[in-house]
Design a protein around this ligand. Structure first.
Ligand SMILES: [Zn+2]
Length: 141
């Protein structure tokens, strides 16, 4: 892409903030999780951090860091799933087959790669309060 001499304005701020062209380390933060995406080329907003990417590579690498941050946040959010599963004495594959989602579902939930269906969360919370119902679940599954 040809560099342009005309100033570019941040569409996010929408107040005339001028974007700065360059290569920067960009910090991606979500909740308590923070990671750095190094050497991101593009038009950077000095105010809100918005980036207009100028190459595919920077965009892809920034997206990968974003995904990793969200996975980590989700893994934190989903830590109760591992706790309850262990309390019930279920292996991941067993939990996925019994409560839904398939053999790899709980591995995905606990690593934050996938969000469990609301029904699975409700069932887990119910079993957390009444672990003795696990036998009932097994009987009707
Ligand atoms: Zn901005």
């Amino acid at each position: 892409m040809q560099p342009t001499r005309k100033p570019r304005y941040c569409l996010q701020c929408d107040d005339g903030t001028v974007l700065e062209l360059g290569v920067r380390d960009v910090t991606v933060t979500e909740g308590a999780v923070s990671r750095i995406a190094p050497d991101i080329a593009g038009w950077h907003c000095p105010k809100c951090g918005e980036i207009e990417f100028i190459d595919e590579d920077s965009s892809t690498r920034h997206m990968a860091v974003l995904d990793a941050v969200f996975e980590e946040v989700n893994a934190d959010k989903n830590s109760f799933i591992r706790q309850i599963r262990k309390k019930l004495g279920l292996r991941q594959a067993e939990a996925g087959q019994l409560l839904g989602g398939g053999v790899s579902a709980f591995s995905d939930y606990e690593r934050g790669k996938r969000q469990p269906h609301k029904a699975v969360v409700l069932l887990l919370k119910l079993l957390n309060r009444h672990p003795e119902l696990l036998n009932e679940v097994r009987a009707v599954a």
